[in-house]
Write a protein of this length. Structure first.
Length: 215
């Protein structure tokens, strides 16, 4: 999935007008503002789905394997091992990024949000393999539709496993609210609210998936 495609998806995630009735992009039925998405693997398109369609694609091999339902689980990864030196090895130029397994690319890809949208970073494979080895929970990350979201901005050191559309929402928020060189007070307040809301919705999990605790 290219950076330009991620930017388009992020714009869509922020461009919801209250008076506009959304429709399922699979069957055409009207849907509420809060709804599920399915990912078309070949094109990288995220498509809005009504409840019946989302249930239809919530099965392995549904749609000939061309579509994948974006999951709803959100995990706050406590005790996640990502040291400062290891983060530096990833060579990501900012303090926020998300990582996911891309089936078309046949590898893990990394993107970071910014005022121009989402930018792909050339991921250091060795560094990523070290992170995976230290954090077994990443073995259960669903390809294409789940991501490791990392926030190290302004002294934070937080990691989540999230649906991929959450990442697009964050990208859209930053792109539309960023002002000047540093973003401005308003965008950082919005970013804070985004992560606070994510934290409220998330379930806590240690780096070992067998030690999960619900909130």
């Amino acid at each position: 999935m290219t950076g330009s495609r991620l930017q388009e998806l992020a714009q869509r995630s922020r461009a919801v007008e209250p008076e506009t009735q959304e429709h399922c992009e699979l069957c055409g039925e009207r849907i509420p503002a809060v709804h599920r998405h399915v990912l078309h693997l070949a094109s990288g398109d995220l498509r809005c789905a009504c409840r019946p369609c989302s249930l239809l694609f919530d099965r392995p091999g549904a749609g000939g394997g061309q579509y994948r339902l974006v999951p709803e689980r959100r995990l706050r990864l406590t005790g996640f091992e990502l040291s400062d030196p290891l983060w530096e090895e990833l060579r990501i130029p900012v303090d926020m990024a998300f990582f996911f397994h891309s089936t078309p690319a046949e590898r893990v890809v990394a993107f970071y949000p910014g005022p121009m949208g989402a930018t792909e970073s050339l991921l250091e494979l060795g560094a990523w393999e070290a992170i995976e080895g230290a954090n077994p929970v990443l073995a259960g990350m669903e390809p294409d539709v789940e991501a490791l979201l990392v926030n190290r901005a302004r002294g934070a050191n937080d990691c989540w496993l999230v649906p991929i559309d959450d990442c697009y929402g964050l990208v859209g928020l930053i792109r539309t609210r960023w002002r000047g060189l540093t973003g401005g007070k308003d965008v950082w307040e919005e970013i804070g609210r985004f992560f606070a809301a994510l934290d409220r919705r998330a379930r806590r999990m240690t780096k070992d998936p067998e030690e999960a605790t619900t909130r």
